[in-house]
Ligand binder design. Structure first.
Ligand code: C5P
Length: 314
């Protein structure tokens, strides 16, 4: 007798994509009593994506694939798992979830890969558990998880204040093209902020002023990549260079290859170079590779949307 194979039941699965980001401008003020720094920043979400696949489980568990996945912690400390637990607690759901992260955003690279995972996990579990929470409540949970998580939910281009978590959308025109020099030796965000404090010890650090970014906002509204390149700004760049002096090399290579502007992304060590066009971004990436100044190179365009469901099965 032959047995007829039974097709497995389709598993309920939600797939969410969330982008990495760069800070077009990052202005850092003095630390508050918790050690957090007042920021005025302009975020742009770029087309390098994390994907999170959520499936039902009795427990909270995590698997990871993609570049550098071997260095991603899969224990309780992982921000995506913390996001899922926080949402379950908030809505009083007695369920677990299996999260699979497909990583592409550099790990500990200053492009908010961990924040993108957390934002994607919130959106995925929200859909899986049909919590009925509104966008505002998700943003509130996101802010509790980390300063960059609200932006990973929102995407596009936005001005961040407070710890970077209070967002105002920014008007932009057209697309901007980027090349990234990625280093496998990551930098800890907390360590870079500590180095910023050490470098400014004994000096007055003023509150960051969003007015300083008026020319940048004008460049964005005009879709003028050349003007934007001239005003890219990062107050954490010196701290990142102090901890990782080798970063001067990718900065110099991008300049020599005609980048419109080049800046360390967030707390680094990824170096972001603004290109004239998609084609020119490939040229900049090739220059990073030829000079041997990156462990991995990426090209991307921005702005793109924040964390979104890309597919869901019932
Ligand atoms: O908020 P998040 O967990 O991403 O921050 C990581 C670390 O970066 C914090 O523990 C803090 O040391 C530093 N940080 C800061 N000021 C900010 C954001 C982050 O000092 N506005």
């Amino acid at each position: 007798m032959t047995l007829t194979p039974v097709a497995p039941l389709p598993e309920h699965e939600v797939r969410v994509r969330a982008p990495g980001k760069i800070n077009l401008s990052l202005r850092v003020g003095p630390p508050d009593e918790d050690g957090y720094h007042a920021l005025s920043t302009v975020f742009q979400a770029v087309s390098v994506f994390e994907e999170v696949v959520a499936t039902p489980s009795d427990v909270f568990e995590l698997t990871v694939s993609g570049p550098q996945s071997e260095v991603v912690p899969t224990d309780e400390g992982n921000l995506a798992l913390r996001a899922a637990r926080l949402l379950a607690e908030r809505v009083g759901i007695d369920a677990g979830v299996h999260l699979h992260l497909v990583k592409d955003v550099p790990v500990a690279g200053g492009m908010a890969g961990g924040s993108a995972d957390a934002a994607a996990a919130l959106v995925a579990c929200d859909s899986l558990w049909r919590t009925g929470l509104g966008r505002e409540e998700l943003v509130e949970l996101a802010a509790a998880l980390g300063s960059d998580v609200p932006f990973s939910l929102t995407g596009h281009t936005a001005v961040g204040s407070g710890r970077g978590h209070l967002l105002t959308p920014a008007l932009t025109r057209g697309e901007f093209h980027w090349a990234f020099a990625v280093q496998h030796r990551g930098l800890s965000t907390a360590a870079v902020y500590r180095e910023f404090d050490a470098l400014h010890q004994g000096r007055h650090v003023p509150e960051p002023d969003p007015e300083d970014d008026v020319p940048l906002m004008q460049a964005l509204r005009a879709g003028d990549a050349r003007a934007l390149g001239a005003v890219l700004h990062n107050d954490l760049q010196d701290a990142a260079l102090s901890l990782d002096p080798g970063l001067v090399e990718p900065l110099a290579v991008a300049q020599d290859a005609g980048a419109l502007g080049v800046v360390v992304s967030g707390s680094g060590p990824t170096v972001a170079a603004l290109a004239r066009s998609r084609q020119h971004a490939l040229v900049l990436a090739a220059a990073f590779t030829a000079a041997g100044v990156a462990d991995r190179v990426l090209t991307a365009a921005g702005p793109v949307a924040g964390a979104r469901v890309v597919s869901a099965t019932d």
